[in-house]
Design a protein around this ligand. Structure first.
Ligand SMILES: Nc1ncnc2c1ncn2[C@@H]1O[C@H](COP(=O)(O)OP(=O)(O)OP(=O)(O)O)[C@@H](O)[C@H]1O
Ligand SMILES: [Mg+2]
Length: 458
């Protein structure tokens, strides 16, 4: 795509020589001999860059710039000025010109200035697109799952997202605590403000206070300058305190005070600052237990725990496994330019019946790796890690938990309905298809859309 440029210059020789320079550079070039004519053209066309002389008969270049910018503040202007009127050039910059060029015009110089302007414009555009991408990424649909558990959680966070309420996210590793925190933030009125994730267990205990609250110069040895704390960075936005279960008792007290007063005092400072943020916390520890044993302050627990969201482990919502497998297969296959990959029936049966102790993160990693190492279209058993191929987690679970026949039947249906067809599933359980249908109805199990997982049938 070629770029377009408008040249506004009353002096004919200069106007024509600028036209030739930029035509040669591959631009679409329009010219005008006055600001009035220039404005007319701007109303009819879009220009990437406008070069205008400042001194023109009638309206001058700066007035033109001001008028055009009123309609389109992002329009890039480069002004041309005589050496004698450097002051006017400065005025033009203040009015929003991108740069100025002095007469006599040096070809290389003006080409360079225009190139810089266009690079910057493209960068800005990419930034806007990038921001939009990120936002898109965290709407409610970025949470994958159709199990009743996930549906309920989504409807719950829809209700609380746009409130100030503190949210506590509980769940094993890899169950999506951070994802949920981001989705909540991006669906609140704070979405344009920062989301600041802080992993409490990654910060040394003695630095927690200064990292989170900031410090003033000289507050302690090594504090050679003042530093803003992470909480202050989140002013107006959302703080995501991860691994909150790991913070030491002294810091629990300080944090409680910040939450109660909505203000914080940087280390070494005598003044407190008011700040406004929403608090989302997460932990994979049993906080209630920690409260009972005295490791976690009860008052802080109630403060952060206005709304609790419990993320179930993947093995408790097995219906979602095929969906996630499908999603990540498509995603990673697309990333490496290998569409049309699918799981072999054996690999699929191992994947859907595996226990996934590392939850969705583990599933992601397994699929990413399998996509990379499988050369053909099919992901087979040999592309899966031993943890999956060498254990029979279903059997393990049913033996260790001493399930009743009813429980066993129920888990068997949930686990294997994505692997076997209806007839085969019923036969394996020694029941009729009608009984299978009745049991599903009784337990509210949704029958999977057949045929089961591939990445081409969507
Ligand atoms: N329901 C879901 N749908 C799609 N992707 C998910 C879902 N839940 C989690 N993920 C993805 O799984 C990965 C792990 O999730 P996340 O980092 O949110 O887990 P976590 O609970 O914070 O884990 P940890 O306790 O280990 O920090 C992320 O890439 C996340 O996008
Ligand atoms: Mg996390």
């Amino acid at each position: 795509m070629s770029e377009s440029i408008l040249i506004v210059e009353d002096e004919e020789t200069l106007r024509e020589s600028l036209r030739r320079i930029f035509l040669k550079e591959g631009f679409i070039v329009d010219t005008a001999d006055s600001a009035e004519r220039g404005i007319q053209l701007v109303e009819e066309n879009l220009y990437d860059v406008i070069i205008t002389d400042i001194i023109l008969p009638g309206m001058d270049g700066i007035e033109m710039l001001e008028q055009v910018k009123e309609q389109n503040p992002d329009q890039i202007f480069i002004v041309v000025t005589a050496f004698a009127s450097l002051d006017t050039a400065v005025k033009a910059l203040r009015a929003g010109a991108y740069d100025y060029i002095m007469k006599p015009i040096i070809h290389e110089e003006i080409k360079q200035v225009v190139r810089n302007a266009i690079t910057q414009k493209n960068l800005q555009r990419e930034n806007v697109i990038l921001k939009r991408e990120i936002k898109k990424h965290y709407d409610f649909s970025s949470i994958i799952g159709e199990s009743p558990a996930i549906k309920e959680l989504i409807s719950e966070i829809k209700k609380v997202a746009d409130t100030r309420s503190n949210v506590l996210l509980l769940g094993e590793t890899g169950t999506g605590k951070e994802l949920f925190a981001r989705v909540i933030h991006h669906n609140s009125s704070r979405r344009e403000m920062p989301f600041v994730p802080i992993n409490c267990s990654a910060i040394p205990e003695n630095l927690l206070e200064s990292e989170l609250f900031g410090h003033v110069k000289g507050a302690f040895t090594g504090a050679v300058s003042s530093k803003k704390g992470l909480l202050e960075e989140a002013d107006g936005g959302t703080v995501f305190l991860d691994e909150i279960g790991d913070i030491p008792p002294y810091f629990q007290v300080k944090l409680l005070r910040v939450l109660e007063d909505q203000e914080l005092r940087p280390v070494g400072s005598t003044k407190s600052k008011k700040i406004d943020f929403r608090f989302i916390t997460a932990t994979n520890r049993d906080l209630q237990d920690a409260v009972k044993s005295g490791d976690f302050r009860e008052d802080l627990y109630y403060r952060i725990n206005v709304i609790t969201i419990k993320l179930p482990p993947l093995r408790e919502r097995r219906e979602d496994i095929p969906l996630l497998l499908n999603h990540y297969l498509e995603k990673y296959a697309h990333e490496v330019g290998r569409r049309g990959k699918r799981f072999s029936p054996e690999a699929l049966s191992l994947l859907v019946s595996y226990n996934w102790p590392g939850n969705i993160r583990e599933l992601q990693n397994v699929i990413e790796r399998a996509v990379l190492i499988s050369e053909g279209d099919e992901i087979r058993e040999e592309h899966l890690p031993e943890s999956i191929t060498k254990t029979d987690s279903f059997l393990d679970e049913s033996l260790t938990r001493e399930m009743t026949i009813e429980e066993y039947t129920r888990s068997f249906i949930i686990k294997f309905q994505h692997v076997y067809g209806e007839q085969e599933l019923a036969e394996k359980l020694g029941i009729t298809r009608k009984t299978l249908w009745e049991k599903r109805k009784k337990w509210g199990i949704k029958r999977p859309a057949s045929p089961s997982v591939t990445n081409s049938d969507k």
